[in-house]
Design a protein around this ligand. Structure first.
Ligand code: AMP
Ligand code: MG
Length: 343
C-alpha cells in the first residue's frame, strides 16, 4: 500500500478514506492519532494490524461535538457535562459504560469506552467530514515513542496505512489524561496535561490515582488501564533516567561516554561540557517544553544510533507527572539516583 502524505486542507479526502474503512494518521494537540471508523469492527482491526498493537489494549474514541456522546455510552453521568465544559475540546479522555454500537474490538472486550474531544481544528474537521466517531490510538508502531509530527508517523506507518495528514507539530506532545467514571470514585488511569488537581476542582471530590500510573503491573494482575502494562515509548537505545544535580549528571554521563556510544537529554542551561551527543529537553523549569520534546528526542536517539541515552530527570510538577510516567515506561521503571558516591 502506498501511504499518501496529505496537506492539512485535504480534509475531504481524509473523510472519504475513513468512510470507506481506511486508516488515516491525523494531527491532534496531544500526539498524532491513527484513525479509523470507530463503529466498524473491520476498520478498527486494521489499526491493531498496522501498529502491531496487542488486542487487549483498548482505543480512545474521538468526537467533535458533545451530543455525539449520547449514542456511544449507556448513560451520561451529569459530571461529564461539567468536565466537558471545563476541558473539552482538550486533552482529557473519559471512560464510561459503553453502548451496544461500540464494537468489542474498540474496547478490547471491556464494557467501558474511552471518549475524547480533541482540541485541534484539523482533527475536528476530519471527524465531522468522516461523519462517524473515530477510534484513534497514537500513530506509532506499538512500543515506539509516540509521533508528534507527520514525519514521525511516516517513519513508522509508511506502506501500512492509506494516508497521513500533516498538521504540523503537536502542541502538547504527550497523550491525553485518562480518567474513569466507572469505578466507585473517579480514578486517574493515565496522567497528561490536565492534572488530577484540576479535575478534582471541577468534580468537587478527590480523585484516586490508579496503581499502574506509578509502577509496573505484575504478571497476573488485571490492570484498569490495559495500555499501562506495556513497555512503551522506547527507542532502540537503552533509556536510563538519572536523578542528580547538573554536575553529577554531567560527570556520570561523561564517564559512561568513555566506554560506549551514548547520548544525553539535558536541560538547555546545563548543555556545556558533555563529551557525547546531547539533545535538548527545554529549560529545567519548563515542564511544557519537556512534554513537547520528549518523544522526538527519544526518536532522535535511534537516528544517532546510540546504545544508551541518559535522561536528566525532570520535575514532576504540572505536565511533568505525565512526562515521568512515560519516561518510566521507556526506561523499564528504573531511576538512577546519584548522590555523588557513585562517581
Ligand atoms: P493510546 O490510544 O495509544 O494513547 O492508548 C489509549 C489508552 O487509553 C489505552 O492504552 C488504555 O490504557 C486507555 N483506555 C482506552 N479505553 C479504555 C477503557 N475502556 N478502560 C480503561 N482504559 C482505557
Ligand atoms: Mg499509544
Amino acid at each position: 500500500m502506498k501511504t499518501r502524505l496529505l496537506k492539512s486542507e485535504e480534509i475531504k479526502e481524509a473523510g472519504r478514506i475513513l468512510r470507506n474503512g481506511g486508516l488515516v494518521g491525523i494531527p491532534t494537540e496531544t500526539v498524532y492519532g491513527l484513525a479509523a471508523n470507530a463503529l466498524s469492527s473491520e476498520a478498527v482491526l486494521k489499526i491493531f494490524e498496522a501498529k502491531g498493537r496487542p488486542d487487549d489494549n483498548p482505543l480512545i474514541v474521538h468526537i467533535a461535538n458533545l451530543d455525539e456522546i449520547d449514542d456511544l455510552v449507556a448513560y451520561v453521568p451529569p459530571v461529564v457535562y461539567d468536565l466537558a465544559k471545563a476541558f473539552w475540546p482538550g486533552p482529557l479522555t473519559i471512560v464510561l459504560e459503553k453502548s451496544d454500537i461500540i464494537p468489542n474490538e474498540v474496547t478490547a472486550g471491556l464494557d467501558t469506552v474511552a471518549i475524547r474531544m480533541p482540541n485541534h481544528k484539523v482533527a475536528q474537521e476530519i471527524i465531522r467530514e468522516a461523519g462517524v466517531p473515530l477510534a484513534a490510538p497514537s500513530a506509532n508502531t506499538s512500543g515506539r515513542p509516540s509521533p508528534t509530527t507527520a514525519q514521525h508517523v511516516m517513519e513508522d506507518m509508511d506502506g501500512r496505512i492509506d494516508a497521513v495528514i500533516d498538521g504540523g507539530p503537536c502542541s502538547v506532545g504527550v497523550e491525553s489524561t485518562v480518567i474513569t467514571l466507572c469505578t466507585r470514585k473517579p480514578k486517574l488511569l493515565r496522567p497528561g496535561k490536565i492534572t488530577p488537581e484540576e479535575i478534582s476542582k471541577v468534580l468537587g471530590t478527590e480523585i484516586e490515582i490508579d496503581d499502574a500510573v506509578f509502577g509496573e503491573i505484575l504478571d497476573g494482575e488485571i490492570p484498569t488501564s490495559p495500555g499501562m502494562k506495556y513497555k512503551h515509548y522506547s527507542p532502540k537505545a537503552n533509556v536510563i533516567i538519572v536523578d542528580a544535580d547538573s554536575d553529577d549528571f554531567r560527570n556520570y554521563v561523561n564517564l559512561k561516554a568513555e566506554k560506549g556510544k551514548v547520548a544525553a537529554i539535558v536541560f538547555d542551561e546545563e548543555s556545556k561540557g558533555f563529551n557525547c551527543d546531547i539533545l535538548f529537553f527545554g529549560k529545567e523549569e519548563d515542564d511544557l517544553a519537556h512534554a513537547n520534546t520528549l518523544f522526538s528526542n527519544l526518536r532522535k536517539c535511534d537516528e544517532l544510533g546510540v546504545d544508551t541515552v541518559f535522561v536528566h530527570c525532570p520535575s514532576a510538577e504540572g505536565i511533568g507527572f505525565a512526562v515521568i510516567n512515560r519516561l518510566l515506561r521507556a526506561a523499564d521503571f528504573e531511576i538512577l539516583s546519584l548522590g555523588g558516591d557513585e562517581l
